[in-house]
Design a protein around this ligand. Structure first.
Ligand code: PMT
Length: 406
């Protein structure tokens, strides 16, 4: 990515993630961008303005209206200069101010005045992120076209676990690059993503399931959304917050998933199946809770579920791109290649779910992208980063198909 001479304004607000914004500045500078930092007063409690001044090689504006003496331009000059305006980390407070149009310091004033695309990277405690006021502010900002990246889920600085962690600087810089280079490469594309685990009921209160959290599928949905796609997410049981700005369809079992996919798939351009679907379900679903019977054994009889991905492959329309995942514990490549063919996929994302940092319920993954052109082994990376890599590869495959059919 080359951002030579592009003007990026970075607003830094007061959160522990402020230290990560130093890396955003370094990365942007490395790509050739000019970076101008505005810090709120609270942000200066976390990181010194000198850090940003040194890294950006530009004066840093703090929340006072007294611009630095050597910076002899009007106070909203940065609003005009910005080609993209990034707020990272964005606290609940700045989001509320942006939603309400409050301009009571340099950052909020400049944000209100700018006509540049705005990207916010929220970072806060899970309780604040899920508070009704924040949900409403996010909805308002999205409606106005403010772009969001993250927050990610995981362990937060306050010790809580959940949504609220600022996205990684690398992902934020990639998103800035996409905005600056007109990178809405999925605009006009309909993308369907499956996520989470199916539940196969034994009785009204018990089910068979697996460890899928929904993180991988949701990361893909969010990345596709951020790249301009019209996204539908069909999701089973998940343990992380649902993505915003996408169409959400909940399902429970593999059979439900099958019904939904048969209805929704025909009018999609890209279908990415990251859900962990049970291969078997109980033969009998008891209508009442199973009671302890005499003897110390209960034998369950299981029957095979439909293979949803295979069925989607059988009804594929010309121009569609189908991607599956392979969750393996042995013979990763052989098993994944077999699934690529048997399910009539264009690509399979193979992950060895026994590796630390890969597979179920982790924030990172270690995967290989397998297509009929070959196999690309990828290093460990965040699920969001992998999601973007998968979407890049889909673009490549679609271009190749397009030029073959021209
Ligand atoms: O949700 P996370 O916690 O982030 O975890 C991510 C993940 C480990 C679930 C994800 O990376 C992953 O590997 N998803 C696929 C899980 C799976 O079911 O793999 P599989 O090898 O059993 O199935 C291969 C493909 O066929 C998958 O695309 C699956 O969605 C699909 N399938 C499988 C069985 C079935 N009956 N119907 C299907 O459509």
């Amino acid at each position: 990515m080359n951002l030579t001479g592009r003007e990026v304004v970075l607003g830094v607000t007061g959160g522990i993630a402020a230290y990560k914004s130093a890396e955003i500045v370094s990365r942007l500078r490395h790509l050739g961008a000019h970076v101008h930092v505005i810090m709120t007063k609270n942000a200066t409690e976390f990181v010194s303005p000198l850090t940003f001044r040194t890294l950006s090689a530009n004066p840093v504006v703090t929340d006072t209206f007294a611009a630095p003496e050597y910076w002899n331009v009007e106070h909203v000059a940065l609003a005009k200069l910005a080609e993209v305006f990034v707020v990272a980390p964005a606290t609940a407070n700045i989001l509320a101010k942006m939603a309400a149009g409050i301009a009571d310091d340099m950052l909020s004033t400049t944000l209100l005045a700018t006509k540049a695309p705005i990207l916010v990277a929220p970072a806060m405690n899970t309780g604040m992120w899920t508070a009704p006021a924040t949900r409403e502010n996010i909805r308002i900002l999205r409606e106005r076209g403010v772009r969001m990246i993250g927050p990610d889920s995981g362990m937060l600085a306050c010790g809580d676990e959940g949504a609220g962690r600022m996205s990684e600087p690398e992902a934020i810089v990639e998103e800035i690059g996409r905005i600056l280079t007109g990178g809405k490469d999925y605009a006009g594309k309909r993308v369907l993503v499956t996520a989470g685990a199916t539940r196969e009921r034994l009785d009204p209160v018990r089910f068979l399931t697996n460890d899928s959290s929904g993180k991988m599928g949701f990361a893909i949905a969010q990345a596709a959304r951020d790249r301009g796609a019209d996204v539908t997410v069909v999701y089973g049981s998940v343990s992380v917050p649902l993505p915003e700005g996408v169409r959400l369809i909940p399902v429970e079992s593999a059979t439900d998933l099958m019904d939904t996919m048969m209805k929704k798939c025909p009018d999609q351009d890209v279908i990415i199946q990251a859900a962990a679907v049970a291969d078997y379900r109980p033969e009998i679903r008891e209508s009442e809770k199973i009671k302890k019977k005499g003897g110390d054994r209960l034998v369950l009889s299981l029957v095979q579920n439909p293979d949803v991905a295979r069925a989607v492959g059988e009804i594929r329309k010309p121009g569609q791109t189908l991607v599956g995942f392979a969750a393996e514990t042995e013979h990763l490549y052989d098993n994944a290649r077999r699934k690529l063919d048997s399910k009539n996929l264009d690509m399979i994302v193979a992950n060895d779910v026994t590796l630390p940092g890969a597979g179920f319920n982790t924030d990172t993954n270690i995967a290989a992208l397998i297509t009929r052109d070959g196999t690309e082994e990828l290093p460990i990376q965040t699920k969001r980063k992998l999601a973007d890599r998968i979407l890049d590869e889909i673009i490549r495959l679609r271009k190749k198909d397009q030029s073959a059919s021209d």
